[in-house]
Ligand binder design. Structure first.
Ligand SMILES: Cc1cc2nc3c(=O)[nH]c(=O)nc-3n(C[C@H](O)[C@H](O)[C@H](O)COP(=O)(O)O)c2cc1C
Length: 222
């Protein structure tokens, strides 16, 4: 594969926030997971474990997750960021406003933005959801290895025409996820990845995020 082909795949992937209901064939899901598992991990521990839902299981989970987000209290296994400042705050605002303006939510429309936020828990209509966990004993490096896995999952999916969105929003309700999927307490729930085929005409999928220039984040020495 050339760098041009790799960049084409990287450019094509984006976070999908409206899916068609059509399921992804099981053998393709297995292919995506197999490809993603080729990523490096410290000591080759391969700390990721996944629960993957399909069909009625996804719909049951969508309903239960939405209900939990309405009525439950956030308690993520992995501490959420305490704040975003400077350029991180700017980038966060920019991508947030890109989404809200794409779906017609105006500044100050708290109800509209809350409704859009709730779409996370309805899995943006995706027919599948993967819940990713890592052994607590591996700490932040286990989570780091799983981050690589999530990225490779998204790229492998894209290579098969399958759209994805990583979602920390669901991990806010980790105690619920442990109980719902019987994920043992010695594992940290890191995030979810909802996936399926993109509803390309949906306004939520009409914008793209930008990336900082190299000079903003590389300190060249020598
Ligand atoms: C670990 C992780 C968690 C994320 N959680 C959410 C989320 O809960 N909800 C959401 O809408 N997007 C979520 N995203 C998607 C990011 O907002 C998105 O990757 C970023 O804005 C860059 O846009 P792109 O993925 O379209 O390139 C998450 C991404 C990552 C990597």
């Amino acid at each position: 594969m050339s760098i041009a082909e790799l960049n084409a795949l990287l450019d094509k992937r984006h976070s999908c926030r409206a899916f068609l209901p059509d399921p992804v064939p099981q053998d393709q899901i297995a292919q995506i997971v197999t490809s993603a598992s080729r990523v490096p991990s410290w000591c080759n521990a391969q700390p990721w474990q996944l629960v993957i839902t399909s069909g009625d299981e996804t719909d049951r989970f969508r309903d239960a997750m939405s209900n939990e987000a309405e009525n439950g209290t956030p308690a993520p296994d992995l501490p959420f960021p305490t704040s975003y400042s400077g350029e991180y705050q700017d980038r966060r605002r920019t991508c947030g406003w890109a989404l809200y303006s794409a779906v017609g939510v105006e500044r100050g429309d708290r109800e509209g933005s809350a409704q859009q936020m709730m779409q996370n828990f309805a899995l943006f209509g995706a027919p599948h959801c993967a819940i990713i966990s890592s052994p607590a004993e591996l700490g932040p490096y286990g989570a780091m290895d799983c981050g690589g896995f999530v990225t490779a999952f998204a790229l492998a999916a894209q290579a098969l025409g399958v759209a994805t969105i990583p979602q920390a929003a669901l991990a806010a309700y980790s105690p619920f996820l442990h109980q719902y999927f019987q994920i043992p307490d010695d594992r940290l729930i890191l995030c979810a990845v909802s996936f399926g085929y993109s509803d390309t005409d949906h306004p939520a999928n009409s914008f793209r995020t930008e990336r900082a220039a190299l000079g903003d984040f590389v300190d060249w020495r020598g």
